[in-house]
Design a protein around this ligand. Structure first.
Ligand SMILES: [Zn+2]
Length: 274
């Protein structure tokens, strides 16, 4: 088990984006270019600090298509998730929206991201306190400001993640990669394995053992139901759930590329299932 300070600051330089990993102004400016280019619909779900918690959807969601949600930036120091999403969006063609309803939460914890530390500016963990009570989202003492905003929009997020949720995290203390995955099976299926292998093209896969008190086998922590956002959406009926963990001790740009790759693969695998 790893001990980490929630206020330790981590920043890296990106050659791909020519800025620091916590350059939030550049991040929002580049995101806004892609939102316009792709015609994404922006919805402000709420606020945290001086920043919005924004949610984006592909235009004209269609009932016959799979609905996928990709989220990033819950933990402020795990910066390759949001930048990876930006890289993914840069490469995306809007024709994809003829096949899939895509929803995005690119940066859930902007105050942590700007400072390069894990928790938000209030010292809360944005990925805890997602309680499901009688089919409805409920907060508890651990729920963060961002978590409350997301819980207020449970129905929207439930519909957006009907066929799957991918949430992109990092483990800043590791050189190896792994995933958490959720499937309606006893054991990880090909969906989990393909996504693990996508990260395995960039980094060594973690050895069997325990990470944060969870058993990891073949790079996968399987069906671990806690009070995280991803477990919450799976409880609400998301077809599959994956939480990717790229290793913070590896090159920042490689981590950005790995995050973009797993987002692409997540969509491809969903389309292949259709
Ligand atoms: Zn995280």
């Amino acid at each position: 088990m790893s001990i980490r300070s929630p206020f330790e600051c981590f920043t890296w330089k990106s050659d791909i984006f020519s800025c620091d990993s916590n350059d939030i102004d550049t991040f929002y400016a580049r995101l806004s270019e892609q939102v316009s280019r792709l015609g994404l619909q922006e919805r402000k779900l709420g606020e945290t600090g001086d920043f919005p918690v924004n949610f984006y959807q592909s235009p004209a969601q269609k009932s016959g298509q799979p609905s996928l949600l990709i989220s990033a930036g819950f933990h402020g120091e795990e910066a390759a998730g949001p930048w990876g999403m930006l890289y993914f969006l840069n490469e995306l063609e809007p024709e994809l929206f003829q096949q899939i309803n895509l929803s995005l939460l690119p940066l859930v914890n902007p105050t942590g991201f700007k400072r390069g530390h894990r928790f938000n500016q209030l010292g809360e963990n944005p990925n805890r306190g997602f309680v499901l009570d009688n089919g409805r989202g409920k907060s508890n003492d651990d729920t963060s400001a961002e978590g409350k905003v997301l819980l207020e929009h449970s129905q929207l997020l439930q519909a957006a993640s009907k066929d799957g949720i991918l949430t992109c995290h990092e483990d800043v203390l590791l050189t190896d990669t792994y995933i958490y995955s959720f499937e309606a099976n006893q054991n990880p299926g090909s969906f989990s394995k393909h996504l693990r292998d996508t990260l395995g093209q960039f980094f060594p896969i973690a050895q069997d053992g325990e990470i944060d008190d969870c058993p990891v086998k073949d790079g996968i922590i399987f069906n671990h139901f806690d009070l995280s956002f991803e477990a919450f959406l799976v409880r609400l009926g998301a077809g599959v759930g994956v939480c990717s963990e790229t290793p913070g001790l590896q090159s920042f740009d490689q981590r950005i590329l790995a995050n973009a790759a797993i987002m692409r693969r997540f969509i491809e695998l969903t389309l292949e299932k259709q």
